[in-house]
Design a protein around this ligand. Structure first.
Ligand SMILES: [Ca+2]
Ligand SMILES: [Ca+2]
Length: 331
């Protein structure tokens, strides 16, 4: 339990430094945990000025920031959050890579927010990770601005994740003057938002930003939440193969569906698919960058279920058969 006055409650790195936190196993003795810290910016971890963070199979839960980034805050940093561990335990209710239960209390609409992650400039890559029960007034899970800002990096990449029960903001992911590729993720039972992904000011003096959202499930309690919305002037985001409620511009993107998903145990937070949306899509617009899932399986798994457009399941969790896991050497 740490407290920092301004940056990085648990860990802070600047000036090209590298922070690596890696779990050695899925069991608690080997887990990398950043929990119960607080700061103004980056309640758990702060990186700035070219510093990089690699969080692999890590738990970044229960941290608090008063201004930005309940779990992680980056300013021109390079943040990678990923899941690499496989294991039968993590296929069910255990989460191997999580950024959950973090809170931001700041309410300045220009800069505050990002319940799990706030990132301003630099790069962000998040794969195979659960974002649950984070809270902020802007971007209950993620807030990104100026991505990239005078940079050739591939900005924001968010693939194979689960976003559930994040609260308090008008949007779960807030992309402001940012490019982003969001793919094969599950958005379910988030609360309080007007739309799930908000895109603002995609066209700036230096750049036209590109936002792609593919292969994802957007399914919220009220049944009438727009999935992806442009709220300013500028180039519209592109979509493909998404499950969305039947309203808003994203309902018109190719291969979209408003069919109701069927989760193993939604109430208990087990968002694995039963059969709906299994083997629904191909790798769509992201190619091999689609091949991540929050249960650690390498996509795609060709299930016995008939293929619609391909072998990729929609959402953050690729369905599997136990026989297949053991045949592939998972334990
Ligand atoms: Ca599949
Ligand atoms: Ca199949």
């Amino acid at each position: 339990m740490n407290q920092a006055s301004f940056w990085g409650g648990g860990i802070y790195a600047s000036n090209e430094a590298e922070v690596i936190i890696v779990s050695q196993s899925i069991f608690s003795v080997g887990k990398a945990v950043v929990s119960g810290n607080s700061a103004d910016n980056g309640g758990g971890i702060g990186v700035s000025s070219g510093a990089s963070l690699l969080a692999r199979d890590a738990v970044i839960n229960g941290n608090t920031a008063s201004l930005t980034g309940g779990g992680i805050r980056s300013s021109d940093g390079h943040v990678t959050v990923e899941r690499t561990l496989a294991g039968a335990q993590c296929h069910t209710e255990d989460r191997c890579s999580t950024i959950s239960d973090n809170t931001v209390t700041g309410n300045d609409p220009a800069f505050h927010g990002g319940g799990a992650i706030a990132t301003f400039g630099g790069t962000l890559k998040v794969t195979g990770t659960y974002f649950e029960e984070n809270s902020a007034f802007f971007g209950s899970a993620i807030r990104a601005r100026f991505m990239p800002f005078e940079s050739v990096f591939t900005d924001v990449s968010v693939v194979g994740n689960v976003f559930a029960k994040n609260t308090n903001a008008p949007q779960v992911i807030y992309l402001d003057e940012s490019s982003a590729h969001i793919g094969f993720s599950t958005f379910v039972d988030n609360e309080d938002m007007d739309r799930i992904v908000e895109v603002a000011y995609p066209t700036t003096f230096s750049d036209i930003h590109e936002v792609l959202v593919v292969g994802s499930i957007f399914y919220e309690f009220n049944g009438s939440t727009e999935a992806v919305t442009l709220t300013t002037l500028g180039s519209t985001p592109d979509g493909d193969c998404n499950r969305v409620d039947p309203l808003g511009s994203f309902a018109l993107e190719p291969r979209s569906t408003s069919q109701t998903p069927d989760f193993v145990d939604r109430v208990s937070g087990d968002y694995r698919l039963v059969n709906t949306f299994v083997d629904y899509c191909n790798s769509s617009l992201l190619g091999s960058r689609s091949n991540y899932s929050a249960n650690g399986l390498i996509r795609p798994v060709d299930d016995a279920w008939p293929n619609l457009h391909g072998t990729y399941d929609l959402g953050g969790l690729e369905r599997y058969d136990l026989d297949l896991i053991f045949a592939d050497g998972f334990e």
